[in-house]
Design a protein around this ligand. Structure first.
Ligand code: HEC
Length: 115
């Protein structure tokens, strides 16, 4: 009898995680950033910002145009104010820090041809 409740309940998300900050972990993160192709969408759109993750790339889809956001540690323009849980919830569950869902590539990678 609980099956319908389980079926329609929003999936649980990861909480209470810590992102390690050892040199080894940072190097592993850089490896994953490259292996994951993150820079291909999140890179800056000018010659000066091309190596950074300042975003701006427009992705045109059948559902509208989505812009890759700035994911640098900048606290005003990037995701520098995010907690570890925010980052993990975005990457693992397609959730924004306020709990709503991302609309495009994070939650539906196929939408952006990223699957
Ligand atoms: C195909 C292009 C593409 C690739 C590749 C990509 N992203 Fe994204 N990313 C996006 C778009 C577009 C959004 C905005 C999603 C939305 O508005 O629904 C986004 C959103 C995000 C966000 C949320 C930022 C915010 O301010 O809301 C994070 C964090 C993120 N991506 C990290 C990554 C990481 C880490 C990788 C590599 C593993 C990655 N992305 C690869 C296109 C991409």
């Amino acid at each position: 009898m609980l099956f319908p409740i389980w079926l329609f309940a929003p999936p649980s998300i990861t909480t209470a995680n810590q992102i390690p900050d050892s040199l080894e972990a940072i190097e592993r993160g850089e490896y994953l950033l490259i292996a994951g192709g993150c820079i291909s969408c999140h890179r800056g759109q000018t010659e000066e910002t091309n190596e950074a993750l300042s975003g701006g790339l427009a992705l045109e889809t059948d559902f509208g145009t989505f812009y890759a956001p700035n994911i640098t540690p900048d606290t005003e323009t990037g995701i520098g104010n995010w907690q570890a849980e925010d980052f993990l919830a975005a990457l693992k569950h397609g959730r924004t820090p306020n709990g709503s869902f991302f609309l495009s590539c994070v939650s539906l990678p196929r939408l952006c041809g990223y699957d």
